[in-house]
Design a protein around this ligand. Sequence first.
Ligand SMILES: [Zn+2]
Length: 419
Amino acid sequence: MMPTPAQAYLANLIAQYPLPMPQEVRLQELLKEWDIERDEVDTALHNRVTYLLEQLQPALPPPVQALIASGHLVAGEIGNTVPNAHMTPLGDDQFVVVLHSGLFEFLYQIARPLASAVFRMQDAAGPGIDDPEFARVVAEIFWWREVAGEMFGPEYAVTDHQKTLANLLAMRAERFLLAHELGHVSVVLSSPGILDEAEEESVADIAALTWSMLASNLSSNEAKDPMWAMLTYAGAELALQIWNVMSRLNLEFLHGVHPPAMARIDVLRKTLRTFCDSDAMYDTITMAAIVIERAFTQVHQIIDQPEGHAEMFERQAKLLVSDLRRLLEDCSADVTPDYYRFYEAAPRLFARGYPEQVIEEVLMQAVDGMRDTLAKAREGGTFIDINSRAFKQYKLLFGLTEHMPEPARLIFAHYLSLD
Ligand SMILES: [Zn+2]
């Protein structure tokens, strides 16, 4: 059968932007999360959006379902690292919804520390991180995106169970954003040109929430357990909370002019309330979303007034810098630098994060020391003192960066460069 214009348009986009293979560490996690073999990854990645669309399909209104069935409405993922989702109408009866692979990765990258912070065995006990730590991890994820344009961040405590919840949350957030784009399609079908931009966004949000919750309710597995309604709803608010942080940091990822995230969340809650028979039911379904909101409130407080937490972060950063310096001193004490010990211990220290302080107070100092050593050699016109502490420490750090994962290797090597 001939592909429809929408199908041809999407196929062309996918050919132009092939999906990237996830980095090895993430790949291993995906194999476990999806319970698949390595040779199945490619297919699973390509079907990610199709799978979400299939979940939503029974909940969609008949005209939208008909468009999907005839191939006049298609949705797919393309290999673009910018977190984004958008809908393109082709004429007035064909639609292409595109989600960027960067959106999946980004949602998951934020959902993971979030799960570590909000899904705890007891309040502030059991494995996990506290809200201020979550805020710092989120801030560093944004820092890496800004300097390297890639997903990266510090390591933190997270259990397998929390990773699974993070994956579910991220998928539900993704599904909500897909449904939101379908909401725009629905607006074009039912009331083209009547709504202004803000009204249309609001209608798309309400439609997206309605379909997401209904899809969960129509699934025989999920209808039995209120946890699914809770996660589905939390995913919707999470998508808007993340968008809120990004827009505050000027990194908006959805096309078009969208109303402020908090106003959108307000609309979601009012809509949800109309679905609930009782306050008790509403309270149960919003439980996870409320805890997520609390964690994001901390993120915003730290963006607004870092002073309150600066002291704690400064203390932790100082401790890290002094640990790194001590390790460098110890490993450069003998004639031959102790590469073995340094490569063994240093990655754990670097993984704690605080990249700006590490660059400023460890890497730049090592570069200065190395420059001094070279300058002395030039002045004396003789030899480079390879026995100097500075020379050995520089070599230890330079060697270490070669073993770092990207984009850390690129960034740290850049700061260690001598030209
Ligand atoms: Zn929109």
